[in-house]
Design a protein around this ligand. Structure first.
Ligand SMILES: [Zn+2]
Length: 643
């Protein structure tokens, strides 16, 4: 079954409205509702004074209407009574400002008070609803790190020290790892170590890297604490928390391992004609995290409410974006939210049931999507590994984008990923993402856009791969402690790549460097091909004649960021024998285990020659040869004689 529904906040509405909600949900084909995400102050208006009656009735009503509940642990906003009793649980900024109640995620991730009460609430909910037939999934917290990724209070500082002691054992170990002999930072005890608060100048990058790791781990501990309470009472109910696409702050490889099901919230900007490309990349990450189908838990039917200018989705775009998520492995489409709010910061955020009610084009599109999802039911649960993988590593990302200490602050990991993803996507080639240590068996082509931080283990895993491997610039530079590998880059990748890097040569904005493989921008390097063939050379400028791209066996090293990597990519794809689907610009072709999704993201009709005949599930018609796709229309083919 494909899931369809969204966040449902009945606590914001009088009970007279509930009957209409349930009737309209049934009419639309809604089969799952996320409830109680921000309901703590409603469930427990004073400590221990529980009010479950309303939630009892809502869960009963949902079940009576055949709708499953994705029940939240309601811990995303601690209630006023808890904050007033324990003001020290509110987060503190790097400048020492303690934040005030009045928004959401008002908690220090390390606060024992918050944790104790959050676990108590989770256990109380689990105990009350353990046998409720509507309960099908636990939704822990909400969008971790959206507002509160880090806290610089004394409690967090103590937690950081505990984390560091566990990692390094002794203060000598920390001093060695952090290189504190630089700038006179030698510590003589863990009690001297603080979080990287605002300082007179650049902060030790190794300290920052460990802080990033710690902040991701501290929030994960919170998630794990609630999960443990739920597991005790309801061991068979799957747990999730809604991710936020490709998020810098949290190491989702680690987080996904703690979940039963990966879920994601995705809000591509309708005003950006290219937004479907970047969101496809994050969908592919979601599918790759556990190498299984995932679920789009939040998306917007039309406009959001948090950009400076919030463009609505024109007619057809909600359907198209929903089908896109399915194409990339989601087992359903859920929205924020069911009924559009009348108050609060999200009152202008669109909903499946708009302010105008059922006499709106929005509601007609909700009904249409419900019908479409029923027609596509057979894609649920299907998964297959792609032939191409992009390597993504959070440690490396954090190290690469450390402020004020790098050769250039212009190398951004998401942009480097998109450099490769964009042309792969345009060619209709399915792409997985992988952490650097993963077994890469089965892939024909693996691209490492950047691996600034590269451990021996990562290098070993990459060396074990026997397909086409492409490694991007500024890789293999530092070890896990952000210390430059002996002899410099590419460190543990030296034998694999057959090159040494003598000097980094970053370029200013707008400056390009010619190479025989096309122009480079942002980044070039002075390298030596010690044991590799030179595939392309720099032309002109200070690096004239020096190697730009090298190749050793099936391994290619790019010492630069190509302005247009597509021509180079095509030669690599040919070598790897990877073939996509030929489609016009703006049309997305995605294979999902025996099905081919063709999505027209343009506002013009597009003609496409189908690579194989099939049955379009949306219209229940056979299609072959050349077809025309209307603007923002799609076909979903069940392929005949699939390859
Ligand atoms: Zn704190």
């Amino acid at each position: 079954m494909l899931r369809f529904g969204g966040d449902y906040n009945p606590e914001q509405w009088p009970e007279e409205v509930w009957a209409e909600d349930l009737r309209l949900m049934s009419e639309a084909g809604v089969n799952m509702a996320t409830v109680a995400v921000f309901a703590w102050s409603r469930l427990e208006p004073e400590q221990g004074a529980w009010d479950f009656a309303w939630l009892d009735r809502i869960l009963d009503l949902l079940h009576e209407h055949g709708i499953d509940a994705d029940l939240a642990t309601a811990t995303a906003t601690p209630p006023p009574w808890l904050v007033r009793a324990h003001p020290e649980m509110m987060p503190v900024t790097a400048d020492g400002v303690r934040l005030e109640f009045g928004s959401r995620q008002g908690y220090c991730p390390s606060s024992p008070v918050y944790r104790t009460h959050a676990v108590r609430l989770a256990r109380t909910l689990a105990t009350r609803y353990a046998s409720h037939p509507a309960l099908k999934m636990w939704h822990i917290g909400n969008e971790y790190a959206d507002h509160t990724l880090e806290c610089f209070c004394e409690v967090s500082a103590a937690h950081f020290r505990t984390w560091l002691e566990a990692r390094y054992g002794t203060i000598g170990g920390l001093n060695a790892a952090w290189g504190t002999s630089c700038w006179g930072q030698l510590y003589t005890g863990f009690d001297q170590v603080e979080p990287p608060r605002t300082a007179p100048g650049p902060v030790n990058p190794a300290q920052l890297l460990d802080w990033r790791r710690f902040c991701s781990d501290a929030l994960l501990e919170l998630f794990e604490a609630e999960k443990a309470a739920l597991r005790e009472v309801t061991p068979d109910i799957p747990v999730t928390t809604n991710f936020m696409s490709i998020l810098h702050g949290l190491d989702y490889w680690k987080w996904a391992a703690a979940e039963d099901l990966v879920t994601d919230d995705a809000y591509p900007d309708p005003a950006d004609p290219e937004s479907h490309v970047a969101i496809a990349l994050s969908y592919d990450l979601m599918r790759s995290l556990k190498r299984q189908p995932w679920l789009l838990l939040e998306s917007s039917p039309s406009a959001v409410s948090w950009r400076a200018v919030n463009a609505p989705k024109p007619p057809g775009m909600m359907r198209l974006h929903s089908l896109q998520a399915l194409a990339h492995g989601s087992d359903g489409v859920m929205f924020f939210q069911w009924r559009q709010a009348r108050f609060g910061p999200e009152k202008f955020h669109s909903a499946l049931l708009p302010h105008g009610g059922t006499a709106t084009r929005g509601w007609q599109e909700t009904l249409q999507l419900g019908r479409d999802l029923k027609a596509l039911a057979e894609v649920a649960g299907s998964y297959e590994q792609a032939q191409v993988a992009l390597v993504l590593d959070w440690d490396s990302w954090w190290g690469l984008e450390a402020p004020e200490s790098m050769p250039s602050d212009r190398l951004k990991l998401k942009e480097l990923l998109l450099d490769w993803y964009r042309p792969l996507h345009a060619r209709g080639i399915a792409v997985d993402l992988a952490p650097p240590g993963r077994d890469l068996t089965g892939y024909r082509l693996v691209i490492v856009p950047n691996l600034y931080l590269c451990t021996e283990e990562s290098a070993k895993a990459l060396s074990a791969f026997d397909g086409e491997l492409v490694v991007g610039p500024f890789s293999g530079v530092v070890d896990a402690a952000d210390q430059v590998h002996p002899g410099g880059a590419p460190g543990p990748l030296r034998d694999l790549l057959g090159v040494t890097v003598e000097e980094f040569w970053p370029l200013h904005d707008g400056v390009t460097q010619a190479t025989t493989a096309g122009a480079a921008r942002t980044w070039t390097e002075w390298i030596h091909a010690t044991d590799a063939e030179v595939v392309a050379r720099y032309r002109g400028g200070e690096l004239d004649g020096r190697p730009a791209i090298t190749r050793k066996g099936g391994v290619t090293y790019l010492s630069c960021r190509l302005d247009d990597p597509a021509p180079f990519l095509d030669t690599v794809l040919a070598r790897a024998d990877v073939h996509g689907v030929e489609v016009p610009r703006g049309v997305e072709a995605v294979r999902r285990a025996g099905h081919l999704f063709l999505l027209n993201h343009t506002t013009d009709p597009q003609r496409i020659t189908l690579p194989q005949a099939g049955t379009d599930l949306l219209t229940a018609t056979s299609r072959q040869g050349e077809i025309e796709l209307a603007p923002r229309d799609a076909v979903v083919l069940r392929l005949e004689g699939r390859k």
